[in-house]
Write a protein that binds this ligand. Structure first.
Ligand code: FAD
Ligand code: ZN
Length: 470
């Protein structure tokens, strides 16, 4: 059976684009964190939408399940096959053309296998900004960004992948092609089908191309690193900034002392931007498309008032692009510093912005009570209510025992998130990692609606089974 399928796939995409040898398949079978390792029947790399359609049709005829894959940087095990070796991984990397840029409509039409960085560059080449921005942008692919509704550091201003997408082209689980590549900002002609595929983690079909929104480039910017006495002050400061600066705030990230210290420990070249340590820090970025806009005085003014109110204990504004990059580097090195330090239990949660302090206070207290000595590394996109909340034990042996208790730790953190009206997956999705956990937090009616949608699009369960929902 599988020999017949492999022969059919070779005839569609050419032998050099069907991998069956273990060494060729390995990179497509394991996730970025090395947490999930599966086995593929084969890896197939179609080069056009028509080839994706033919590949899907061949797999359906052979009753073989498929796993769509982009850059394979997802953090929840959604893009790798299960262990039994009976799924075909469909890699979109060869669908990497920019099909069109329409500067007057402020849109770009790209194929799913373009890296996010390629899309940003193509937009910049026509004097426009594509604002989606993630640390993985050189590797992740636009199809994967949309399938996981990626967020990142500019959501506060521009929204996540969902808000940046106007149209999609999708190969359905039966092999048919849906051409929904519309570049419209207004279209009230029934259900918004593209939104079903965005964030569906490859369970409803394969995204092959998209029409994305473009914006004016940000030519004036200022970046500040601010010391704060507590998380409450961060949220009050964010409110003041929003009142004064509105849309010009493009990022508001917070970093706890433990996260900051790990960066200084593992990246000795990183320079502490302020003389004294503080319990919390905020990285603030303001940006404007008017080159003449002088953002420094306004920011200095807001920070000065915040200082007088005791919300801010110290602050520094980058005076040039090198300093701005260095401040961003502190924020973006946290994940790597944590990786170097050792394993931790990761949470990617969101709550209403106003409830971030309450979440931190309750979760910290509950973890400290249950696991004395726990070290909590909390940081993230406070402007979006999204925190990465990663506890571990500072000592190796104690940490192994702590990691063994992951289900208890998750339960404790996620129950608090749920009681605050939050979400247990703000930006990484469910994949394999949270597929079971989500059943505790979504109502049965919501789970039923999701299952019905899955059933409607993929009645035979061939599209990325066992991910997101079962
Ligand atoms: P993959 O990992 O290949 O796939 C992700 C999911 O989408 C899988 O379920 C897969 O089956 C499905 N899929 C992939 N392509 C398609 C397609 N064409 N059609 C249908 N389904 C498809 N995420 C954030 O949201 N914000 C961040 O700030 C962020 N930072 C990150 C930093 C690092 C260093 C890393 C490694 C990851 C980060 N992520 C972040 C995770 C994020 O989900 C991915 O980087 C990115 O969005 C996934 O794109 P990908 O092409 O690698 O997708
Ligand atoms: Zn993030």
């Amino acid at each position: 059976m599988s020999e017949g399928l492999i022969t059919a796939l070779r005839s569609i995409v050419g032998s050099s684009n069907v991998f069956v040898e273990a060494a060729d398949c390995a990179a497509y079978e394991e996730d970025w964190r090395g947490r999930y390792k599966g086995r593929a029947l084969c890896v197939v790399r179609p080069g056009s939408t028509a080839e994706v359609s033919a590949v899907v049709t061949a797999c359906v005829a052979a009753r073989v399940a498929m796993v769509p894959q982009g850059g394979n940087t997802g953090l929840v095990g959604g893009s790798v096959p299960h262990e039994n070796g009976d799924e075909v991984v469909i890699s979109l990397v060869r669908l990497n053309r920019v099909r069109a840029v329409d500067p007057d409509n402020n849109t770009i039409t790209v194929e799913a296998g373009c890296t996010l960085a390629d899309v940003q560059t193509a937009a910049a080449g026509r004097g426009r900004l594509f604002p989606l921005s993630l640390a993985s942008e050189g590797t992740c692919r636009i199809g994967g960004n949309l399938a996981s509704n990626a967020g990142g550091v500019q959501v506060l201003r521009y929204g996540n992948a969902r808000e940046l997408t106007l149209g999609l082209e999708v190969v359905l689980p039966d092999g048919r092609i849906w051409d929904g590549l519309r570049g419209l900002r207004k279209d009230n002609t029934g259900y918004d089908l593209k939104q079903l595929f965005i964030g569906s983690e490859g369970t409803l079909g394969i995204i092959t191309a998209a029409v994305l929104k473009l914006f004016a480039p940000q030519v004036a910017r200022v970046v500040a690193w601010v010391a704060l006495p507590d998380a409450e002050s961060a949220i009050v400061l964010l409110g003041h900034l929003r009142q004064r600066l509105g849309e010009r705030i493009s990022a508001f990230e917070i970093v706890c002392a433990a996260a900051y210290e790990l960066v200084l420990k593992h990246f000795p070249e990183a320079r502490p931007p302020l003389a004294e340590a503080a319990p919390w820090y905020a990285l603030i970025e303001l940006a404007d498309s008017d080159a003449a806009a002088d953002l420094n005085p306004v920011l200095e003014d807001v920070l000065g008032e915040a200082f007088e109110q005791g919300l801010v204990s110290d602050a520094t504004l980058a005076v040039n692009e090198t300093q701005a990059k260095a401040l961003w580097q502190l924020r973006e090195s946290i994940s790597d510093a944590q990786k170097k330090e050792g394993i931790s239990i990761k949470h990617d949660v969101s709550v209403p912005v106003s409830r971030i302090p309450e979440f931190l206070q309750r979760a910290d207290a509950a973890l400290n009570a249950a696991f004395p000595g726990v070290r909590i590394v909390a940081f993230g996109h406070a402007g979006d209510g999204n925190l990465h909340y990663n506890p571990s034990m500072p000592e190796g042996d104690a940490n192994s025992a702590f990691i063994d208790r992951t289900p208890e730790v998750n339960r404790l953190v996620h129950d608090i998130v749920a009681s605050l009206g939050g979400s247990i997956s703000a930006e990484h999705g469910l994949g394999q990692l949270k597929r079971e956990e989500i059943k505790r937090y979504k109502s049965s009616i919501e789970l039923e609606m999701m299952r019905r949608i899955k059933q409607a699009f993929d009645p035979d369960g061939v599209m990325n089974p066992g991910k997101l929902i079962d």
